[in-house]
Design a protein around this ligand. Structure first.
Ligand SMILES: Nc1ncnc2c1ncn2[C@@H]1O[C@H](COP(=O)(O)OP(=O)(O)OP(=O)(O)O)[C@@H](O)[C@H]1O
Ligand SMILES: [Mg+2]
Length: 256
C-alpha cells in the first residue's frame, strides 16, 4: 500500500482538530500501521499532546527545496514519538513565517504535496496533517496534498459556519485546481446528548450531510486531561469511551 495523506481541517478553532489528529495517528499505529503526524499549525500542539516540545521542522519543510542534502536535512527532523510506529514532524510558531514565504513566492497549490512526497515509502501507511484554525496559504495546500479530509465539527450552535467554509474550499479545489482527494467525513465532536444544543446541532448536521457523517466523539474531560499531560487517550485511559470512539474512527479510516 502506498502512503495515504489524511488532513484534519476546520477553520473554526477549538473543535478537536489536534485531539483528532493525535488520537487517530496513535489509534492507527495500534492497528499495526506506521504513521507520520505532521504539525502544520504554528501552535505546535501535536508535540505537546505527545509529551514533546514544539520545534521548527515544518518551517524548513515548507521553505526548502528538493536537493538530496535538503531532503536529508528534512528527514533529520522526523521525531520518534516514543510510541511504536508513530513519528512526529514537529512545527512551532515559525510555521507562520513559512506561510508568508509560501505566499510571497506564490508557490503552487501542489507545494506541500511535493514537499512531503519525499517521506513516501513502503511501510509508511499514513501521513496525518494537523492544521491551524485559519486560512492563509498552508491550509489549502495541505488539503490539496491530501487523499482524504476529516472535518471535526463541534456539536454547538454556529458550528456549521466553519464547516461550510472548509467544504466550499474543498469543492473549489476539486473544480478549479484538479484536486483528486475527497472528504472522508464530518466528525461531530464534543457531543453530549444531554444538552439540547448538542442534540439539535447533531440532528441538523445529519439532515444536511447524511452520508458524510462519521460516528460522533462525545464530550470527555479525559481528552482534555490527557493532552495536558502529554499522553494520548490510549495511554491515559484505554478503556474509556473517548478511547473506544477514536479506536472506532481508526478502524473506519482503514477501510478507505
Ligand atoms: N471530545 C472532547 N471533549 C472534551 N474536550 C475536548 C474534546 N476534544 C478536544 N477537547 C479539548 O478541547 C480543547 C480544544 O481541542 P483541540 O486542541 O483538539 O482543538 P483544535 O481544533 O485543534 O483547536 P485549534 O483550532 O486551536 O487548533 C483542548 O483542550 C482539548 O483537550
Ligand atoms: Mg489544534
Amino acid at each position: 500500500m502506498s502512503t495515504r495523506i489524511i488532513c484534519i481541517a476546520n477553520q473554526k478553532g477549538g473543535v478537536g482538530k489536534t485531539t483528532t489528529a493525535v488520537s487517530l495517528a496513535h489509534g492507527l499505529t495500534q492497528k499495526g500501521k506506521q504513521v507520520l503526524l505532521i504539525d502544520l499549525d504554528p501552535q505546535g500542539q501535536c508535540a505537546t499532546a505527545l509529551g514533546r516540545s514544539p520545534e521548527p521542522g515544518v518551517f524548513y519543510l515548507l521553505t526548502m527545496g528538493h536537493t538530496l542534502q535538503e531532503t536529508a536535512f528534512l528527514k533529520s527532523w522526523v521525531r520518534l514519538s516514543g510510541r511504536e510506529g508513530l513519528y512526529l514532524f514537529p512545527g512551532d510558531q515559525q510555521t507562520m513565517a513559512a506561510q508568508t514565504v509560501l505566499n510571497a513566492q506564490d508557490q503552487p497549490i501542489s507545494a506541500i504535496r511535493q514537499s512531503v512526497s519525499r517521506f513516501f515509502r513502503e511501510g509508511l501507511h499514513y501521513i496525518i496533517f494537523d492544521t491551524a484554525p485559519s486560512v492563509g496559504g498552508i491550509q489549502e495546500r495541505a488539503v490539496w496534498a491530501s487523499d482524504l479530509v476529516i472535518v471535526p465539527t463541534a456539536t454547538e450552535f454556529l458550528s456549521a459556519d466553519g464547516l461550510g467554509k472548509v467544504l466550499r474550499m474543498m469543492s473549489i479545489l476539486q473544480e478549479r485546481k484538479n484536486w483528486r482527494g475527497n472528504l472522508l467525513g464530518i466528525l461531530p465532536t464534543f457531543f453530549d446528548e444531554q444538552t439540547r444544543e448538542s442534540k439539535a446541532t447533531m440532528e441538523n448536521l445529519q439532515e444536511k450531510f447524511d452520508a458524510s457523517m462519521l460516528q460522533p466523539i462525545h464530550r470527555s474531560t479525559l481528552l482534555r486531561e490527557c493532552a495536558a499531560e502529554g499522553k494520548t487517550i490510549f495511554e491515559f485511559d484505554p478503556l474509556c469511551r473517548a478511547a473506544k470512539e477514536y479506536q472506532a474512527l481508526a478502524q473506519h479510516v482503514m477501510k478507505f
